[in-house]
Design a protein around this ligand. Structure first.
Ligand code: SF4
Length: 63
C-alpha cells in the first residue's frame, strides 16, 4: 500500500491528476478534488505521473 497526501492549501482543483490516476483522484460534483488516502502498490506509477503533472506540486507519496 502507498499513502497519498495532497496539500489542499496548494491544490487548485485543475484535475490533471485525475487523468493520470483516476482510481485515486476525482473531481466531485462541485469540481473539488477528492482522493483516496491509500492505494495499492500497483497505483504507484500512476500516482507518480500525477505528481509530475500537478502544476501546484501539491501531491506527494508518504513513505
Ligand atoms: S493536479 Fe494538483 S492542483 Fe490539480 S487537482 Fe490534482 S492535486 Fe490539485
Amino acid at each position: 500500500m502507498i499513502k497519498i497526501d495532497v496539500d489542499m492549501a496548494k491544490c487548485q482543483h485543475y484535475g490533471q491528476c485525475v487523468f493520470e490516476a483516476p482510481n485515486v483522484f476525482e473531481l466531485n460534483n462541485d469540481d473539488k478534488l477528492e482522493y483516496t488516502a491509500t492505494a495499492e502498490d500497483s497505483e504507484r506509477s500512476n500516482v507518480e505521473a500525477a505528481i509530475d503533472v500537478c502544476p501546484m506540486q501539491a501531491i506527494r507519496i508518504v513513505e
